[in-house]
Design a protein around this ligand. Sequence first.
Ligand code: BES
Ligand code: MN
Ligand code: ZN
Length: 490
Amino acid sequence: MKIIFVASEKASAGLAGIPVFDGGKLFGAAKSYASHSKGQLAAAMKAGHFCGEKGTSVSVYAPTGSKLAGLLLKGSGERASFDAEMFGAEVMQALRVSGEKTLTLHLDGLKLSPDEGARAAVGARLAAYHFFKYRTKLPKRSETTVTTLRVSVDDPRKARAAYQGFHGPVCDGQLMARDLVNEPANTLYPKSYAARIKKFEKIGLKVEILGEKKMKELGMDALVGVGQGSRRESQLVVMRWNGGKKADQPVCLVGKGVTFDTGGISLKPGAGMWDMKGDMGGSAAVVGAMHAIATRKAKANVVGIVGLAENMPDGNAQNPGDIVTSMSGQTIEVQNTDAEGRLVLADALWYAKENFKPQVMVDLATLTGAILVALGHEHAGLFSNSDKVADAFATASAGSTEKTWRMPLAAEYDRLIDSPIADMKNIGGRAAGSITAAQFLQRFVGEIPWVHLDIAGMAMKNTRKDPRETTLGTGFGVRLLNQWIAENYE
Ligand code: BES
Ligand code: MN
Ligand code: ZN
């Protein structure tokens, strides 16, 4: 979609979205549409009992005194709590299949910040997204017809700069993460996924791919064990971006990329198992974030690492009770082969720590069903060994719209994963399931400041009613990571 920022002016083609505030208040160019309409807009608003209330709207087609095909007057409630991103999303949701190619968002006269102007475009792009790649037949009015989005603001130069320098590339990354989550496991498996990431060398990332042979040499038996029942070879992919000072230790982003999670020999029930194609949502966030970091040329050194494996039952699969030795040297009793994400991350985190001596590490994973029980689909669970980094994440979370909630770590929980016959076991029992999973990860991060984000409730759309979320894959994490890096390391 082409995004154009323009100064207050009346649009001459296509459709326009106009916010109307409590009491029927109009701003900027919207006022001029009203005055040229010879009373038509006022009459339509009156006939529709419309006075700008949130959640209401009025459409006027072929408006008098303008060349537009139509206007959408969108009730936006109180001016003070106006959310330009949500406005962009709601207008796009209402008009995306209209048949028109051009849509103008009229935000002029509102004196929005450059970020708000840019985010109106982001909201619209997120709402316009769909995944129809595999549909050979589509009902009419399915595909987005809008190809040009015009955002009319008071200072288009600054909004354009905010969009091109940050919000646009981050949105590209988020949509890429959605594509990855939506892709099924017969086309997106560790090797095909790694090949997709390898193409990022075009945008200036260094990409290195480790196969099973190399991982075995390094002693990554925890990660390799997860994929050993699969015909698909596991991969570890490392993406490097050097945009900061040479001496700066990197920020490491680590993602769980289980391209399909059957549970392995500890097989999951069949109902709903299809969504486990999205068990690589953490890796998708890392991949999308790295793409954004490279295309916006972030002034920071960032390493992205994704552990890619398919968890299958098979004659060669690992059994419950197997003991594996991780790259760290610590041994793990695999009591449940469905607690595989932590096995993948154990080696990926240790590898990150040993190879890159990062100043801080973040991992993202669709790690536990228990985090859905605790936090539902509204917050990602945040675990950290550093109050400072956890606080920085809370700030970035508020600034990026991606919500997190801090959960505890403590020695009392850590004890729950002790095993009598190995250094640890990979499950802790029913109680505090997300916390014991995080405690497991903490055993592989040493003294490095670290945040773990359990995004099992966030990576895949469920019950949330948000016009920006149009498919299973949400792309959660890309915005949060970029916001956090921009605020703290650039
Ligand atoms: N991938 C799942 C977690 C998950 C559940 C992600 C629902 C997205 C939606 C993970 O590998 C898993 O199976 N976890 C187990 C852990 C248990 C065996 C300790 C779980 O949550 O049941
Ligand atoms: Mn599992
Ligand atoms: Zn899993």
